[in-house]
Design a protein around this ligand. Sequence first.
Ligand code: MG
Ligand code: MG
Length: 638
Amino acid sequence: MRTGIATVCLSGTLKEKMQACAIAGFDGIEIFEQDLVTSPLSPEDVRKMAADLGLGLDLYQPFRDFDSVSEDILQENLRRADAKFRLMSRLGMDTILVCTNVGTATIDDDDLRAEQLSRLAQLAGEHGVKVAYEALAWGKYVNDYEHAHRLVDTVDHPNLGTCLDSFHILSRDWDTAPIEAIKPEKIFFVQVADAPKLSMDVLSWSRHYRVFPGEGQFELAKFMGHVARAGYSGPVSLEVFNDVFRQSDVERTAVDAMRSLIWLEEQSAKWLDAASLVPAGAGGDSTANAAGRRRYPMELATLPKVAEPAGFNFAEVKTDEPAQLETLLGQLGFEFDGRHRTKDVQLWSMGQARVIINEQAPSHSEPAIAALGFDVDSPVIASARAQQLKAPVVPRKVQADEEVFQGIAAPDSTEIFLCQGSPDGTAAWTREFGEGLEHPSAGAQAVIDHVNLAQPWQHFDEAVLFYTSALALEPQPFAEVPSPSGLVRSQVMQTSDRAVRLVLNLAPVIQQEAGQQGSGARKSYQEHIAFAVDDLVATARAAKARGLDFLRIPANYYEDLDARFALDPAFLATLKELNLLYDRDANGEFLHFYTATVGSVFFEMVERRGGYDGYGAPNAPVRHAVQYDSLHAHHVQR
Ligand code: MG
Ligand code: MG
């Protein structure tokens, strides 16, 4: 698949954007007019630079408001087009995007439109330019790709074709199957963008909230599958208008963008495999390849296949001041298993829940979640896949005869280790902390239920794509939770059997800024590891007897709980006594409690009863408010 990206997706100058696209590995780019107009580079400079970087200049865009106008405006538009066609020849570019009229259209007549587009195609032909006509979702008279293509068909000129943009098609819920009926030589360009499902006007949605494939909720593999079955084999180019990407680091965004296309390519191939029994469109032939997929002119590369992870292997907290953390874990019922035989690292466990305290941290760094281990079928294959998706590799020093972990860095710099899973939950590496530790102890049992990671605002979407593509986690629809300093956006990523549940939180910017005023090593917001036990009340009682500092829940909460659920008075009294939170839905019940925070980390203990599948979302505002209060009190004391 030929990959591309529009310069409008990225921050920086045209030169910086082009360099970043080349480094990220794109085949070509779309030049967004404003990037050229504001650039000190001449068109010849741009042409030479693209050639030197090995980047194709695949599309010039946009040319707006051409058709459906009176004759005097059309004359003016043709003059404007002529100037752009001359410019394109200096750039060495041959395809221009012309979108349907939004602003100046006054005549709703398909015959007139076809005639005007025919005159444009004629002029384009004289300059050797191809016009890719795109239906904007908010076009005044033409806002549907099938309508735009009927006009292209009517004009029937070799220099006029269609541009298919997934945003304009999927934001309007247009059926994508008819794409297969378009002749491949009439599809001049394909643009892809994903987006979260939002209910707002389409123009604002498009201009601010487009995201890269895999970061939103559109069915892009299906869209691409139809495009491939139509027989198209030209560029597939990202056109993503997004307020965050436009102010983020350009090279990093370009890599995130490239990852999204690599992932989309694989997903499209999968969709085609699944749909291979359905007759192909005009472009496909009937021969099947080894994988059973029909051959299409568009070649779709695949990636090393991985199944979703089978569970958490461990969670690692880093600090050079571990005393408070040791106390907390001990009070929760964790056993200290020992120290690593060569490194300044401790192992704690409670049944299959393993927590590593890594003391190899810069001095005075308060505890922060530094790494997560996931059980996978094959660490080597999973690591190869992640690296092909451009995940940075994490080097970890190991001695001879120690287990070599395959590690990659997540966008928020959490280290992700791909560990060899085993059906009985043993982990060979634990032997490095002492003989016999690979077998979970017979004492109190727990598993890691979920881990909640706070994401910096500029890397949130990137993180969703990272965990989706590299680790095969499934993103759930996001929720927004009120907190005293703003709404916290919460995105659950999980496996189908829920053995791995990861919650990504987008903390309000004000919280992130407050945190950044602390020491550099300190994370700016709170994150937690949650452990599931069979009997939460007993766990809480034992923890209380050991002196655990619970997150203290206000009495108002319990009154409200009683009003909502009419709980048994003795049970309600127990919840209140132990600072337990409670939730119930049609599937079951959820009991949980939180510890006080150390550094940026706190712990949660949960009990799931019946088929309860959530995280106690109605209780999250209470937690945020109490934590805000105690953080504030803490600052005042200082
Ligand atoms: Mg477009
Ligand atoms: Mg939680």
